[in-house]
Design a protein around this ligand. Sequence first.
Ligand SMILES: [Zn+2]
Length: 72
Amino acid sequence: MTATAHAPHKPSWDCLACGRPWPCDPAREALAADMDFVRLACFMWDALEEAVRDLPPTPATELFQRFLTWIL
Ligand SMILES: [Zn+2]
């Protein structure tokens, strides 16, 4: 992953740059530009697993939309 200001602050998983829930739009753009689809899917799956451990209980559908649905 290239250095980008729009990175997740842990354990809140809000963006360091804009404070929105990560991945924010600029982060999504940077990630999608940086990786092919398979790599991006693996990366976001790993991020989701990590976020599940950090975040308070959150409905799975919400997490899927936030971390994975946007890449499709
Ligand atoms: Zn951001």
